[in-house]
Design a protein around this ligand. Sequence first.
Ligand SMILES: Cc1cc2nc3c(=O)[nH]c(=O)nc-3n(C[C@H](O)[C@H](O)[C@H](O)COP(=O)(O)O)c2cc1C
Length: 346
Amino acid sequence: MIDTPAIAPAQLRLSVAPMMDWTDSHCRVFHRLLAPHARLYSEMVHANAVIHGDRARLLALDPVEHPVALQLGGSEPALLAQAARIGAEAGFDEINLNCGCPSDRVQAGRFGACLMREPALVAASVAAMVEACAAADRNVPVTVKCRLGVDDDHDYDRFRAFIDEVAEAGCRMFVVHARNAWLKGLSPKENREVPPLRYDWAYRLKRERPDLQVIVNGGIADADEATAHLAHVDGAMLGRAAYHDPYLLHRLDVAWFGGELRSRADLLRALQPYVEAQLARGVFLKHIVRHLLGLFANERGGRAFRQILSEGAHRPGADWSLVERALAVTGSFQSDPLLPARAATA
Ligand SMILES: Cc1cc2nc3c(=O)[nH]c(=O)nc-3n(C[C@H](O)[C@H](O)[C@H](O)COP(=O)(O)O)c2cc1C
């Protein structure tokens, strides 16, 4: 077996989940600004798309994003190996294999969550990917994101056997979305909500296999919950909470790694040079600001902020001044304790 490189423990504590249509490069640049120590994940890209598709778009990566993982979908070891090598050489810091997506399209392609029932195939895929990355210009770790099982699998030993077989093939780090995927009758959205969470399986895995790095994912809603997981596993991966309330990422990063808590307005303005550069390249503002809408979630003016951005960003010629206008209505100037008193009366 070829060894996959280890990931530094500090790089695993906080991560943002791979989310299709959401965690594109613009989104990751924004999340990086909020959480300098978080590990970021791409949307899932099928191995075939990496090999035959528009790589400039699918593997778009800004230098500030690191460390960032490419998540692959697929179940053919040779194709996954080829795609993993391409991803490593494109600059991604980790190649992650999706064994958790339950969508019909993914099931039809026999990858994603249905791979929980095919540990030998996952092991063969991982072995091929590890070998391909070792032969690439840059060797990067190969990891797996999985569920606890599918449908009515309720047997911890079966889950453990899956992990053991895949670990034996060279995977050292597992992201465990700590619920089953129900392959019939539930939409992907319901599959993120209905099957019950069982964090204790991820904790037990870490206790029994301390040599593996285990990240827990699924339903982590706030900073206290995220912090509590760190007593049991190597890290917490946040998906929807991070996307809908991105300031949570900033608060977690500061709480766990130190540094100064910055105001939302300050963080947003730090994104301006990136936004201006993208606009100059012909990118439309709407493609970037859709990821910013939750920045003032649960804050005074948060709804107006969201509304101004989502309505205005679609207009032709929309530019940074729209973001300033949205910011001006947030009331953050009045309520943000981090800004100097003089700003509060401005
Ligand atoms: C819009 C959306 C798209 C997703 N796309 C992916 C994906 O491409 N790959 C993947 O492994 N999981 C995907 N997921 C699942 C998340 O990575 C995560 O496992 C799930 O949302 C549970 O975490 P959370 O409760 O913190 O959101 C997606 C979730 C959402 C909400």
